[in-house]
Design a protein around this ligand. Structure first.
Ligand code: PMP
Length: 459
């Protein structure tokens, strides 16, 4: 048990039973749909993560708009999960929804480029300072293509990732250092038992420059792939100078530096890369850039583009290398991305998000202080994370060791029953440009009530 839990397991179980009962009363239609769904859907859901909210059953959604979700039982929720970033700028922003409606009648996919693609290339270059861009379907896929390019360009087999990272369901990025020091998959079930993990991957802790140099010195890593702030194991901020050291070591040992901005785009108009002047060789991102319409992008330097051109010819790396896809860069998704970038994910939108986040984070820190709770809050751009530990974790293992799943599920269902959704698996709260101050204050009050009760029960 986490020493920072505030209550005993029995006390927490009792509180959770009470909240479960409330939840069941509020969501009978979702329950009925969930039961029926088991007839043809594994675990009653079309995608495994949808069963991972920690509630007795998932809520089935009726619709979502701006910062709100509405379930089939007529409950309304203020949404701070925002589809785990896919709806970072709010659900169905009007401008993007309009493009979706209009363009749906003009052809979805033809394997032909449209003029819109020039505009998104220009926009992304301006944001991230990288001149060349390509389009994929999902962030997972963007990472896959970048990895493939990095391997081909360097002739090296391995990818270095951070312990407890997540970059999509890629064989190269899932291995982690197990208790015996060997690479394994995080789950107790190995989804790919025959995979030679140590031939594909090297893993180090985030913020550990020495370990990074030791591993890169083998000179068999095509690339280092990392989020500039780890956002998938709680939230881990980079230590002062860490990302600059990663850059230097990548250059020194001939590995590419890939920054995954899929989540950290919430740090600004050009993501964390622009906000902190990073100089990666590749940037990848997806999820929110077309309002949730599946699309992702990857950008790279002129040096990389020139090398691709020299090595594969004609700048084209299609079929033989397995880069590209029939639906990738389809005209519909590109049009949606163009609108989202030009009209929704604007500098003004980010200003609003940062203002909202500061209001939220200040409020939550005040609550922690008020009840003298040994937890902390980590903030980064438009998102923050409630950490069940007194200080922000320094790396993935620190975050994992101090994480408390039962407490997380309890606090989430507590908020849920009071009309608030935050990101499952950890405690991430994301503020969109259409999240109102009133919404934010309700979340602060929700945590206040929850923590107050935990403190009282635990004394
Ligand atoms: N990169 C990061 C940092 C992510 O958090 C995720 C998904 N959580 C991905 C890549 C993969 O995104 P997708 O599932 O949309 O392919």
């Amino acid at each position: 048990l986490s020493p920072y839990r505030l209550v005993t397991k029995e006390e927490l179980d009792k509180l959770r039973a009470r909240e479960n009962e409330t939840f069941m009363k509020r969501t009978p239609k979702s329950k009925a749909l969930f039961d029926k769904a088991h007839e043809n859907l594994l675990d009653g859901v079309p995608m495994p993560w949808m069963a991972d909210w920690g509630t007795e059953h998932p809520i089935f959604l009726e619709k979502a708009k701006d910062a709100r979700c509405y379930d089939v039982d007529g409950n309304e929720y203020i949404d701070f999960c925002l589809g785990d970033t896919g709806a970072m700028f709010g659900h169905s922003p009007d401008a993007t929804a309009k493009t979706i409606a209009e363009r749906a009648y003009m052809g979805i996919t033809t394997m032909m480029p449209t003029e819109d693609s020039l505009e998104i290339g220009k926009d992304l270059s301006k944001r991230f300072g990288l001149p060349y861009w390509q389009v994929a379907m999902t962030a997972t896929e963007a990472n896959r293509y970048v990895i493939r390019n990095a391997r081909t360009l360097t002739g090296r087999p391995k990818i270095l990732v951070m312990q407890e990272c997540y970059h999509g369901s890629l064989d190269e990025t899932l291995p982690h250092i197990g208790e015996d020091g060997k690479l394994c998959l995080r789950s107790k079930y190995d989804s790919n038992p025959g995979l030679p993990k140590d031939q594909l991957t090297r893993v180090v802790e985030f913020n550990d420059v020495e370990a990074l140099e030791r591993e890169l010195a083998y000179e068999d890593c095509a690339a280092v792939l990392l989020e500039p702030v780890m956002t998938n194991c709680g939230m881990v901020l980079p230590a002062e100078g860490y990302l600059e050291a990663v850059r230097e070591l990548c250059t020194k040992y001939g590995s590419y530096m890939i920054i995954d901005e899929t989540h950290t785009l919430s740090n600004g108009y050009g993501g964390y890369t622009r906000a902190h002047g990073l100089k990666p060789d590749f940037v990848t991102l997806g999820k929110s850039i077309a309002g949730g319409v599946p699309i992702a992008v990857y950008g790279f330097t002129k040096e990389v583009a020139d090398k691709i051109d020299t090595m594969y010819g004609n700048g084209g790396v299609s079929d033989p290398m397995g880069i590209g896809g029939t639906l990738a860069a389809n005209q519909f998704a590109i049009a949606c991305m163009r609108t989202q970038l030009e009209k929704v994910a604007t500098e003004e939108a980010f200003e609003k998000m940062f203002r909202g986040l500061n209001r939220l984070a200040d409020g939550l820190e005040a609550v922690l202080k008020k009840y003298n709770v040994p937890w902390s809050l980590t903030r980064s751009g438009a998102r923050c994370e409630m950490q069940f530990m007194p200080t922000s974790p320094v790396n993935g293992t620190d975050a994992k060791n101090n994480f408390d799943w039962e407490l997380m599920y309890y606090t989430h269902i507590y908020l849920h029953n009071r009309g608030i959704i935050i990101t499952p698996f950890h405690n991430m709260m994301l503020v969109s440009p259409v999240t109102s101050d009133e919404d934010i204050d309700k979340l602060i009050q929700g945590w206040d009530d929850c923590i107050k009760e935990l403190s009282e029960v635990g004394t």
